[in-house]
Design a binder for this molecule. Structure first.
Ligand code: ARG
Length: 590
């Protein structure tokens, strides 16, 4: 629920009217939505479109209404007194157009300035939420897909933080177990006969190490055999093997940590290995429930409607990705008491998760009715493409290293900063920090602003353009507002205390209206787990500020200065909240 949502507050007012207008139709729910501008023009702020549906329902009954517009008129007539609404009118086939009171809008903004934005967050019906994101695989490369998962997952986690869920788990389901460790360990023992020599500096680049061992695995039968044996010895818990595995994991984790640090992302790792011992008892339970069947030597779970079963135990008796996810989901539901469990991976894994959830439903471990609160959700995303439209890779057709990507974004930002006169008096530190905030922010925003289900094209030129729908453009706008505040020389905390906001100019009103719509847009973005909805809101806010308000309403030195400064401050508060949720660090001058 989101008490701060304007849309929902209006719906409450309309609900009263509906009950009076058609007392017998108790199941008709008020339907109120914000109006989108059509070719730049908006006829109203909100619209209620119940009249048509109601008329269709009551037609034939002795209702006395001649058509939907008449129902619309009645809805308007029966509206209770409300401070929110300035006026209502019926248009076209029966739409009720709603114009909000600008006084009411202004009061909401004044409250925002005093109470802060936390009251604008929705409240969730769940206490414990887990977001499973990033989750790269040890020793294998952390590729751009993992970057997407990291960026999207972090934003979702930040959304839950904003809602103040009691317990939020930011889970890194590290791929730290599996057959790749056999060849890694075998190669390790060959390269460093003395295990003491094996450390981060000696190994240098774990990815190169992985590749080297893979080449041997594919080409040297003797090595391959030793690698396979190593897996068995590792899994049976032999000390040296265990130690070697730990070292490899530690080095790999330290690498991942570097990326997380730059991105400002926190994660709590519980890798696949953690669930090892939990796999057999969990599968036992499923077996007792009759879910597990023999199939060509493997033990599988058949899922209705799926063309392939879940392989719970491989033919060689080993476990796999699915076995681990069965155990980890059981653990999350029963030990961690997670009430909303969200997996952020590429859409390619959709079927894996779909089958997993279905198996749990069959077992009665998840509610059978899919329409209930979700509990388990797979948040999928599309591919990252290069500018050639193919999968994003470097020239040598290698996957791209994330650290290098971030370095490049920062480097380019720094270069364009240094071209400008304005930075002459900046300290080196400020230049570095600004380049990072703008560069990393640009990478994140370019990813988040696109509907996650579509593929997105990675282009530095595009994401660092200061004119398009980019984080750079947003940062400029933010810095400009900060500069207006500085130029005014006023102490904003002082004027906040008894200054009033007046929205007489149409562009002031448009800005104010957009600002108070933050709660409902945020709620929509969260409900559908779609960060791009919030991005679009932020971009529109910036456009309204820059192209309307700032172009047509003088702030500093005008008779309306106090009110307009307050409006600027409210804009800053909302912008920064959006930035924060998107993981973008705002810059105060640019
Ligand atoms: N390690 C996997 C990959 O790189 C992602 C893991 C997602 N989480 C999960 N619980 N399966 O594709």
């Amino acid at each position: 629920d989101c008490p701060a949502s304007v849309k929902k507050q209006l719906a409450k007012v309309f609900e009263v009217s509906l009950r009076t207008t058609v007392p017998d139709e108790r199941d008709v729910l008020p339907s109120v939505d914000a109006c989108a501008a059509k070719s730049g023009v908006k006829f109203a702020d909100y619209q209620c479109n119940n009249a048509m549906g109601i008329f269709a329902k009551i037609k034939g009954k002795q209702s006395g209404f001649r058509g939907p517009p008449a129902v619309g008129q009645a809805i308007v007539k029966n509206l209770p007194q409300s401070e929110m609404i300035e006026s209502c009118s019926v248009a076209g086939p029966g739409f009720v157009n709603i114009v909000l009171s600008k006084k009411w809008i202004a009061e909401r903004l004044e409250r925002l300035l005093i109470d802060g934005i936390d009251n604008w967050a929705p409240r969730l019906p769940v206490k414990t939420v887990l977001v499973d994101f990033s989750s790269p695989n040890v020793a294998k490369e952390m590729h751009v897909g993992h970057l997407r998962s990291t960026i999207i997952g972090d934003t979702l986690a930040r959304m839950f933080e904003f809602c103040r869920v009691e317990t939020l788990i930011r889970r890194n389901h590290l791929g730290d177990w599996g057959t790749q460790f056999g060849m890694l360990i075998a190669h390790l023992f060959d390269t460093f006969p003395n295990p003491e020599d094996f450390n981060e500096t000696a190994i240098g680049d774990l990815q190169a190490f992985y590749k080297a061992s893979k080449v041997r695995f594919d080409n040297e039968p003797e090595f391959k055999q030793r690698a396979q044996l190593s897996v068995v010895r590792l899994q049976s818990g032999e000390e040296v093997y265990r130690k070697a595995w730990e070292r490899i994991c530690d080095i790999s984790k330290a690498e991942f940590e570097k990326v997380y640090q730059r991105l400002g992302v926190r994660l709590e790792a519980k890798g696949e290995s953690y669930y090892n011992d939990l796999i057999p008892p969990t599968l036992d339970k499923l077996d007792k429930l009759g879910l597990i069947q023999e199939d060509d030597g493997a033990r599988v779970i058949f899922i209705e409607g799926a063309n392939i079963p879940i392989i719970a135990v491989k033919r060689d008796g080993g476990y796999n990705y699915s076995s681990t996810d069965i155990a980890s989901l059981w653990y999350r539901l029963n030990e961690e008491k997670v009430e909303w469990n969200i997996y952020v991976t590429d859409v390619g894994q959709w079927q894996h998760f779909d089958m997993l959830f279905k198996a749990f439903r069959r077992a009665g471990w998840l509610p059978k009715d899919e329409n209930e609160f979700p509990i388990c959700t797979h948040v999928g995303f599309g591919l990252v493409l290069g500018e050639d439209g193919k999968r994003f890779r470097t020239r040598s057709s290698d996957t791209i290293r994330l650290v290098e990507l971030l370095d490049e974004a920062k480097k380019r930002c720094k270069a364009s900063l240094l071209e400008r006169d304005a930075v002459k008096d900046w300290s080196d530190d400020e230049i570095e920090k600004t380049a990072e905030a703008v560069g990393y922010g640009a990478v994140k925003y370019a990813d988040l602003r696109i509907n996650r289900l579509t593929n997105y094209t990675f282009s530095f030129d595009q994401m660092l353009n200061d004119k398009g729908n980019t984080a750079v453009y947003l940062q400029y706008a933010h810095a400009r507002i900060c500069s207006i505040m500085r130029k005014s020389g006023k102490d904003i905390e002082e004027i906040k205390k008894n200054g009033k906001i007046v929205l007489d100019h149409e562009d002031e009103r448009a800005l104010g209206l957009h600002l108070i719509q933050f709660p409902e847009v945020f709620e929509e973005s969260l409900t559908n787990l779609l960060p791009n909805v919030l991005c679009e809101y932020l971009y529109n806010l910036t456009e309204i500020f820059t192209k309307k308000f700032y172009t047509n309403c003088q702030v500093v030195g005008s008779p309306e200065e106090t009110s307009r400064l307050l409006l600027c401050e409210a804009t800053l508060i909302v912008m920064r909240q959006c930035f924060h949720i998107l993981g973008i660090v705002p810059v105060y001058r640019l």
